[in-house]
Design a protein around this ligand. Structure first.
Ligand SMILES: C[S@@+](CC[C@H](N)C(=O)[O-])C[C@H]1O[C@@H](n2cnc3c(N)ncnc32)[C@H](O)[C@@H]1O
Length: 472
């Protein structure tokens, strides 16, 4: 059976993942003092298990000089992605209808980036081994392996819930969606009767409420697969070690500043593990993490002192949304963090266009650069700014401007796009930019019209951005 116990009769959701964008990865890595394999915008990129392929499509449009490959064994996913690539005239991307086990036979080059998002926890141990072997064979020295996975302890209370839904659904007939709904109905009945498992575990009750809100596309791929692994970061690092991969950083911007993640007492407890293999796992226990997005590196140059400072100073940052839509607060794991005048000034400066951290720091000594970095992290966590594309050098590559314009028009109009695109491709950030629904309604006329006064305000704010993205 080609599915290997994985759900194949219902397509996965259509999402773009900004933490896989090369500019974002370079930003995080540079702050950690590391240099990856990709030195310019002519790199090689592979996405393992690409689903609908939106992330790879957006990145391929942003980086016309790079080569993109992506695989998925579900033909419905691959057909859609190929169709969109063809409609958008993207000739630097290849979608392979291939399983992880069969990738060895495909004639693929060495890569600077291998992305594996939403895969590793949900496939069999044999497929996990095939993924690690692929990274071992195909990642260049200095190459980055981005991987996400469910982690204990956050997900642990839900393990019996996943087991029950999957096992009950296995005994039913019909589509995955139907079987999932029926199993969920039984779960709700149990919970409603006051069953101890649900009554004693607030995380399980919250999960049920969440599942009911989520699309069946997501829920079936999360809960119905034959394989479902909860790994610790320590487990993941151990499994990747044979491929010469070591942990570089979390890909979550907020993790770059632990003050935004853990209260003081917990940071003190964590400090005892500094430099030890259990550091990240202890952090997950402290914050009760249920999911991780991480960057592992094969080798990797380590910069120090002046070289590291110069690399950080040269990092460019861009505004992601209209200045008027930037509220002065960031929602962090420790709670809401208020942003101040320095953050507002940085946002004002970015209205003119992307700036390097050196410029945003306003000259001065290393302290002002450190302050600019911290402000940039908070603004990125708030969703207001993002690192620019790897090739950005005072302006975007004209070929990327043309390719992203073509893709954006296709994303808004093509019948091959399974769900309304929540992002459009930006040649400046080298990735997707979220476009809120009200902006689509006001500027693009999609969906129900907004009341006229609200439409005017939203159109004034988002019109320039959507014109830049070549759709308005
Ligand atoms: C949860 S989805 C994630 C998709 C995409 N990475 C994302 O995050 O949107 C997992 C994907 O892996 C694919 N997949 C599962 N097992 C596979 C296998 N053995 N070989 C290739 N693709 C597989 C599925 O078809 C599905 O599209």
């Amino acid at each position: 059976m080609w599915s290997d116990g994985y759900v194949t009769d219902i397509e996965y959701t259509t999402h773009y993942f900004h933490h896989l964008a090369p500019g974002h990865l370079r930003f995080v890595l540079t702050l950690k003092g590391l240099v990856g394999a990709a030195v310019d915008d002519a790199f090689d990129h592979m996405e393992l298990g690409c689903g609908q392929g939106l992330t790879t499509l957006v990145l391929a449009a942003c980086y016309p000089k790079a080569r993109f490959f992506a695989n998925d064994f579900n033909p419905a996913h691959v057909q859609r992605a190929r169709h969109i690539a063809r409609e958008a005239g993207l000739d630097n991307v290849t979608f392979l209808e291939t399983s992880f086990a069969d990738l060895e036979a495909a004639d693929l080059p060495a890569f600077d980036f291998i992305a594996c998002h939403g895969i590793y926890s949900w496939v069999t141990t044999e497929n996990q081994r095939a993924i690690v072997a692929f990274a071992d064979r195909h990642l260049r020295a200095g190459g980055l392996f981005s991987v996400s996975h469910n982690v204990a302890p956050g997900w642990s209370p839900l393990a019996p819930l996943q087991w029950f839904i999957r096992t009950y659904a296995e005994g039913l007939h019909g589509s995955s969606e139907r079987r999932f709904r029926e199993a969920l109905g039984v779960v709700e009945e149990m919970a409603g009767s006051g069953a101890g498992y649900f009554a004693m575990q607030p995380a399980v009750r919250a999960a049920i409420a969440r599942i009911k809100r989520e699309s069946a596309r997501y829920a079936a791929h999360e809960y119905l697969n034959g394989a479902w692994h909860l790994l610790t970061q320590h487990d993941m690092a151990t499994q990747l070690a044979p491929a010469k991969l070591t942990f570089a950083a979390s890909a979550d911007m907020v993790q770059l500043n632990e003050r935004l993640v853990l209260p003081d007492a917990q940071r003190a407890a964590l400090a005892k593990f500094e430099g030890q293999p259990l550091y990240e796992t202890v952090k997950d226990f402290l914050r009760n993490a249920g999911f991780r997005r991480d960057i592992y590196i094969r080798g990797g140059l380590r910069l120090s002192g002046g070289a590291r400072e110069a690399a950080i100073a040269a990092l460019p940052l861009a505004l992601l949304r209209p200045r008027a839509a930037c509220t002065l607060e960031a929602v962090c794991p420790v709670g809401k963090v208020q942003l101040g005048a320095a953050h507002a000034a940085m946002l004002d400066a970015l209205v003119e266009g992307p700036q390097t951290l050196a410029t945003l720091a306003g000259g001065g000594d290393g302290t002002s650069l450190v302050r600019a970095v911290q402000a940039a992290i908070r603004l990125a966590v708030a969703g207001h700014v993002a690192p620019c594309s790897i090739g950005w050098n005072g302006g975007a590559d004209p070929a990327a401007v043309a390719a992203t314009a073509r893709l954006n028009r296709v994303l808004l109009a093509s019948a091959a796009v399974a769900e309304p695109a929540h992002v459009l491709a930006s040649p400046v950030v080298g990735g997707g930019i979220g476009v809120p629904q009200n902006a689509r309604r006001a500027v693009l006329g999609t969906g129900d019209p907004l009341p006229a006064d609200e439409a005017a305000v939203v159109a004034a704010a988002y019109g320039p951005l959507l014109r830049q993205l070549a759709v308005a």
